[in-house]
Design a protein around this ligand. Structure first.
Ligand code: HEM
Length: 531
């Protein structure tokens, strides 16, 4: 692929974005100017044989960190600039909403945090964010360990039964997907999908819904809004029935949580005595701390949003972390040595996470190279003036109300202007302080800017690193996801040596909401010989 010149092998790519909107692209890159913003010019064919964010990267190198891209009558502003990203996400966050993303997700998530209008978002964010406090996360560390343990036991069993105790071949992407589903079910609404070991109609419905959400996010035209489509188109009918299965399940859990609300549990929650609670889920917190008069429909939208937002994303981080480690055996060994030193044969705990520094850096470095999602989407609610960015027009750019903005996290994370050897897998890079190199308006890279943070974040990189977004709409589940990924990776590498089954180039990459593989991450697993 043209945009990579790296020692880290990149998977082959398969384009599925805008596949069916080719007619919209023939008129590419004309349209009126937005101020003095550069207009990208590229081959339309670029858009068809690889994911959109790869083309956006090439155009970023050619046209700069803020440019305009036009699809027929529709134009997008593509931002690959920390100064402009900071402006849109933090400094002027409430002048933007989620635009086309909200249109795609609203039928699934209703008024959940991601697509919610500003008023609903303000109300619900205040209620949900406090649920992710440190006592909850401590209880979750135990849950992550228990679920990762189930995965390890499953692999052990498969090794005995199918591998004659030696080697098994597994699609780790799908195993991580099952693990992440079980964790999100138990952690958010105390429901055990049990997907590591079983299949059920609810699990099938969740995967069906995710598939549809993914499919929708790769389309430019909201075909699902065509009158009667939901009844006439078989895939839309299936989608409606999948949604009903999940909604019925969530409604039952909400009813149950309300009916079983007990004052003793409320006291434990107030005292943050999570480890002695039978059900430490977020739903319990939302119902117990907020009373039974919470609107059921809103609660269901909140749970559905977290189910979708927290599942594929985490599975993808684990997938790419293993993909990268498998190509860097020395780093894999270094990670295993750290695990041996910190855990020995023991289990991961909240405390041990603090000592697994290299593992934590591997997780964030994987998120740097494969951000989930690779693009953040916004739409301006009123006319605005964007800063020019580090290499744009000093006067900045006027944009009219209704402008769609793609914030390319992928470009930011691989920007040669902000990262040394940007395409290399180098977890250690996060430990190093870096001056702003004369880039006016960017504060450089300084780990001490976020004291006490277990994981590098957007603050230390002054918005050149945005694995969980930034500003008021930053991910609420960031620490949950980072801890979950670190624990799952530690438990896997503690017991097994992992290799890719074929070469890295055989792993084809596709994108929708997240970056994932086309046909799975097939790996060879064997028990570690030195443990
Ligand atoms: C928002 C990434 C896991 C719940 C976001 C955003 C990003 C993100 C980039 C900001 C989107 C934007 O600004 O448009 C990730 C990644 C994850 C992850 C990479 C895993 C590695 C989770 C988990 C949960 C969660 C585990 C819940 C348990 C949410 C919610 C929002 C969000 C509710 C919307 C926040 C708001 O608008 O107030 N996530 N996320 N995410 N995420 Fe996550």
């Amino acid at each position: 692929c043209r945009c990579q010149s790296t020692s880290t092998d990149e998977p082959k790519t398969k384009m599925n974005l805008f596949d069916n909107a080719s007619n919209l692209l023939t008129n590419l890159l004309s349209g009126g100017k937005i101020g003095s913003m550069p207009i990208a010019e590229g081959a339309v064919s670029d858009l068809f044989d690889r994911p959109l964010f790869f083309s956006l990267y090439d155009w970023f190198l050619k046209y700069g960190s803020v440019y305009k891209l036009a699809f027929g009558p529709k134009a997008f502003v593509v931002v690959s600039d920390p100064i402009v990203a900071r402006y849109i996400l933090r400094e002027n966050a409430f002048s933007y909403d989620k635009g086309v993303l909200a249109e795609i997700l609203e039928p699934i998530m209703g008024k959940g945090l991601i697509p919610a209008d500003l008023d609903t978002w303000k109300q619900r964010r205040r209620v949900i964010a406090p649920g992710f406090h440190s006592s909850y996360l401590e209880a979750m560390a135990k849950l992550f360990t228990d679920c990762a343990d189930r995965t390890v036991l499953k692999f052990d069993k498969l090794l005995e039964q199918e591998g004659g105790g030696k080697t098994i071949e597994l699609d780790l992407e799908s195993e991580f997907s099952n693990l992440a589903l079980d964790i999100i079910g138990l952690g958010v609404f105390n429901y055990d999908f049990g997907s590591i070991t079983t299949e059920s109609p609810v699990i099938k419905a969740v995967y069906g819904t995710l598939f549809e959400a993914e499919h929708r996010s790769t389309f430019y035209i909201p075909y699902w809004n065509i009158p009667l489509a939901r009844w006439l188109v078989p895939r839309q009918r299936k989608f409606q029935s999948d949604l009903k299965v999940i909604n019925d399940c969530l409604d039952g859990l909400i009813r149950n949580a309300k009916e079983t609300r007990q004052e003793a549990d409320v006291e434990k929650l107030q005292q943050r005595d999570y480890l002695n609670l039978k059900d430490a889920s977020l739903l319990r917190f939302l119902v117990d701390m907020r009373g039974v008069d919470v609107d059921d429909r809103q609660l269901r939208d909140d749970l559905m949003t977290m189910l979708i937002a927290g599942h594929e994303t985490t599975a993808a981080v684990l997938t790419w972390a293993v993909f990268l480690l498998a190509q860097h055996p020395v780093k894999m060994k270094k990670a295993q040595s750290e695990i041996d030193a910190v855990l020995g044969q023991g289990r991961t705990t909240y405390e041990s996470l603090k000592k697994l520094e290299y593992l934590r850096l591997i997780v964030v470095e994987s998120l740097r190279l494969y951000p989930q999602p690779p693009l953040l989407i916004r739409r301006s609610l009123k006319s605005d003036k964007l800063p020019g960015g580090y290499n744009g027009d000093k006067d900045g750019y006027e944009i009219p109300a209704g402008t769609d903005v793609f914030l390319s996290v992928y470009n930011l994370h691989r920007s040669p202007y902000f990262w040394d050897k940007p395409n290399e897998f180098e977890p250690e890079r996060f430990l190093v302080k870096k001056e702003s190199q004369g880039i006016e308006g960017w504060a450089g890279f300084d780990p001490s800017r976020s004291p006490g943070a277990l994981y590098p974040n957007e603050i230390i990189a002054d918005f050149a690193f945005l694995p969980f977004g930034g500003g008021p709409r930053k991910c609420v589940g960031d620490q949950f996801a980072l801890m979950e990924s670190t624990i799952a990776l530690a438990m896997l590498l503690q017991k097994f040596d992992v290799e890719l089954r074929g070469s890295a180039e055989d792993v084809e990459l596709v994108t929708g909401a997240t970056i994932h593989t086309k046909s799975g991450l097939w790996c060879k697993l064997k028990k570690r010989s030195n443990v």
